[in-house]
Design a protein around this ligand. Structure first.
Ligand code: FAD
Length: 495
């Protein structure tokens, strides 16, 4: 079928689903996005509550620098992103160690002078990786065409590619060890803290190549998105509508009908039935399995080990507390030195340049920490009291860590709302509230967009290259590429 005749339904208005939908609508396809909530963005949404505007999960705009996925996407869709680069991506704090993550890394090099050769190699690797990802990444490789494309790009930057190969099977920790940095506890903790929020695991398990590009974020630039990070999704949704598509809210898909390897329609909780030539699932594999007619067979083979969820606090605060910060973001590791589970937090403060983000004289603050989902669901099963107690414990732990660096923090709080993995499950539709994508431990065991259905594809951070705006937009291009290839093949078979 010609692209212009294709009915493409996207389940979910996360950034991945919307980016894929917007690119397909721009190419002429008939795109309908079905979103369970009444606003777009999912993990990268911005919501309003009691006069505050909070970023739900993601707070840092990434991939907007020249030649990066968000910049290219904007150009292609005719969107001018309302962004401002943060002078300092964020500040890292552990006890008295305060590091500004500035694009020039001077601060880090001063504190860890022995790390200079490591950063020089990281820079070279990241440059090559950004080059490889330009225009999309044919990974995981699905056939001769992908191999040829990858080979073309690799040969164009041959010396860089040869540089990448030895690290492809190494962990970040092995990479650090090759510079004698693995025994510097402060440096490893600093690196681990960056890796946990980007590749969802620490140096012991993270793949070195994934780590190399993740560590590049403060250098290429962290961006503030005016109106909150949810502006990105709102602009993508508008682009779909301008190109003749539809983004329908409060449309929760509850069933996907299929015959053998073909999906042919979807049902939503309000009783609507929608036909589709192709379906893009902006979901995790577990969530998709909840409503697919699959006779017990999962839509894809499950590959994950442990996935993270998040515990988040949305605080209305007095802004004076943060006035000395060089950035809107600060990452704090508590005195125990442990990461995750409330011991390390990422704090984002709304911009004073956008007074509409909070009631007069106050600011909106999102604080997040990684947490494993299982204890939360066990507590919920034990009853409301157990669940509330766990929520109270985490709230206090997070506020303790915040207070270690900002002793007046508790006094500056004017309102407080907490979201647990249970909240995240309800809000994003992700089973167990598993937000953040998969831990990037191997380049060779990653999931691509294909499912066991010929016309159903994944999009979003469950597929390579994983989480972040950059990640899901790069993944969306791969989804589209495979969908179009499949459509051409189908057309040839029908001739
Ligand atoms: C706490 C936190 C902090 C983060 N920080 C950053 C950051 O600073 N920068 C960054 O770039 N990334 C960050 N990320 C990661 C980033 O937010 C995600 O990787 C990305 O937004 C995921 O997008 P997605 O397209 O996979 O889908 P999601 O955001 O999961 O969206 C999926 C959408 O599908 C909808 N949906 C689900 N089920 C159904 C259904 N049955 N029917 C209809 N609709 C449905 C959901 O309501 C949701 O809107 C962070 C994530 C978290 C959780």
């Amino acid at each position: 079928m010609k692209l212009q005749d294709l009915n493409i339904v996207v389940i979910g208005a996360g950034v991945g689903g919307l980016a894929a939908g917007a690119l397909l609508a721009r190419k002429g396809a008939i795109v309908t996005v079905l979103e369970a909530q009444d606003y777009p963005g999912g993990c990268a949404a911005t919501f309003s509550r009691n006069g505050y505007r909070f970023d739900a999960g993601a707070t840092i705009g990434c991939g907007f620098h020249a030649g990066a996925p968000m910049e290219i996407l904007g150009k292609e869709l005719g969107i001018t992103w309302p962004i401002v680069q943060e002078p300092v991506a964020w500040q890292y704090r552990y006890g008295k160690l305060h590091l500004d993550l500035h694009p020039n890394r001077l601060n880090i090099l001063e504190r860890f002078p022995r790390s200079a050769p490591f950063w020089a190699e990281q820079k070279a690797l990241a440059k090559q990786l950004w080059h490889l990802s330009e225009g999309g990444l044919s990974w995981p490789v699905m056939g001769a065409r992908d191999l040829a494309r990858l080979a073309r790009k690799s040969i164009a930057g041959l010396s860089g590619t040869l540089h990448l190969l030895p690290l492809a099977r190494k962990t970040a920790s092995e990479w650090l060890a090759s510079y004698g940095l693995d025994t510097d506890a402060d440096f490893v903790r600093f690196i681990d803290a960056q890796l946990l929020i980007s590749v969802q695991t620490t140096s012991k398990h993270a793949n070195a190549i994934n780590a190399a590009i993740a560590l590049d974020l403060p250098v290429v630039g962290a961006y503030h998105v005016n109106g909150g990070i949810g502006t990105v999704s709102r602009l993508l949704a508008s682009s779909i509508e301008e190109n003749g598509g539809a983004v329908l809210y409060r449309k929760q898909v509850i069933r996907i009908d299929s015959v053998r390897r073909q999906v042919f329609g979807l049902e939503t909780s309000d009783g609507s039935a929608i036909a589709a030539d192709y379906v893009l699932a902006n979901l995790t594999p577990d969530s998709l399995d909840l409503f697919i007619e699959s006779e017990g067979e999962p839509a894809v083979e499950k590959k994950e080990s442990s996935l993270w969820s998040a515990f988040t606090l949305y605080l209305g605060m007095e802004p004076a507390l943060f006035s000395a910060l060089p950035s809107s973001h600060v990452q704090i590791i508590g005195s125990s030195g442990e990461l995750a589970e409330g011991n390390s937090i990422f704090v984002s403060v709304s911009s004073a340049d956008e007074p509409e983000g909070a009631p007069a004289g106050l600011c909106a603050v999102t604080v997040s920490t990684h947490t494993r989902p299982e204890p939360w669901f066990e507590a919920k099963k034990r009853g409301d009291a157990a669940y509330r107690e766990l929520k109270r414990t985490y709230t206090e732990r997070v506020l303790d860590v915040l207070s270690e660096q900002f002793p007046d923090a508790r006094n500056a709080i004017r309102s407080i709302t907490a979201a647990t993995p249970v909240t995240w499950e309800r809000y994003t539709g992700r089973v167990q509230g598993c937000v953040g994508g998969y831990p990037q431990i191997s380049l060779f065991k990653v999931r691509g967009p294909l499912t066991r259905f010929d016309n159903l594809f994944f999009v979003g951070d469950s597929i390579f290259p994983g989480q972040s705006l950059t990640g899901v937009v790069t993944g969306a291009r791969r989804t589209i590429e495979l969908l179009l290839q499949r459509n051409t093949k189908r057309g040839q078979q029908q001739l």
